[in-house]
Design a protein around this ligand. Sequence first.
Ligand SMILES: NC(=O)c1ccc[n+]([C@@H]2O[C@H](COP(=O)([O-])OP(=O)(O)OC[C@H]3O[C@@H](n4cnc5c(N)ncnc54)[C@H](O)[C@@H]3O)[C@@H](O)[C@H]2O)c1
Length: 280
Amino acid sequence: MVNLGIVGSGQMGQGIAQVAVLAGHQVFLYDSFPQIAEKAKQKILEKLAKLQDQLKITSQQYDSASLSLHTQDKLTGLKSCNIVIEAIKEDYALKQQLFKELSTINNKGILATNTSSLSVGKISQAVQNPERFIGLHFMNPVPMMPLVEVISLENTNSDVLKQSMDFCQTINKTVVQCKDQPGFIVNRILLPMINQAICALEEGLATPEDIDTAMNLGANFPMGPLRLADFIGLDTCLAIIQTLKDNGENLTFSPSKLLVKMVNEGKFGKKSKQGFFTYE
Ligand SMILES: NC(=O)c1ccc[n+]([C@@H]2O[C@H](COP(=O)([O-])OP(=O)(O)OC[C@H]3O[C@@H](n4cnc5c(N)ncnc54)[C@H](O)[C@@H]3O)[C@@H](O)[C@H]2O)c1
């Protein structure tokens, strides 16, 4: 059993917390806004209750998972966690500032970033004892997506790598290891495609519905690229595309103007209820 700290109680933090409590770990959720962590806890409990109603988990599993889910209103509350996973905004300065503080508070645990595209090595520069630092890139929505990309650095301790992979196994995730390069495997391939879908919309090639239907039925995608972008979060999509553009020698595209406009207007996709589609 792991005492798992999670920093950032947004969609990724909540998903990781949900699968971890169901696997029998103790989870401590933190957010820079305590009310967000509390709200996140309530949302996870609602999801667990729904799973129980659907007979996907038993009442004992619900009880034990809900008792294992805690919030912390200070970062110092993660002092003794064995593993802390960061899932805050995709921004170097914010992540480095967080790890600088966190690594002095928690000086023994494994520290992991869930960054989608930023350099794990660059973030690790802010960490005291960076040999305990690793990238664990979960996919969204975490309860449904069975993959974790594991990014270990040259100086990542082999025990840290092993314990991180063991932890992923306890939550029923399949791991793939990859180098610390922008976008890792999935986003390096996925985001250029999403960006092209947005460019096609911007050019007036087809409606959002028809672009998504074309990729559903013509390329056998379970979800069209525009809806997928909404689910990822358009602000996160833009941050990843920007990182790929800033770092990629072969990636000659720029973020679609429409994507930049929508993010500037606060249209972040499903999480803000408005993206290419509208969500209740
Ligand atoms: N959305 C996805 O599909 C996806 C998939 C894999 C990885 N990621 C990565 O996970 C991270 C989080 O993404 P998300 O979609 O959950 O974002 P989100 O916007 O849903 O949640 C981010 C949360 O972090 C909190 N936060 C911001 N700065 C903080 C700080 N300094 N300390 C504590 N909390 C802070 C915010 O209040 C917010 O609740 C990003 O790095 C993103 O790239 C996202």
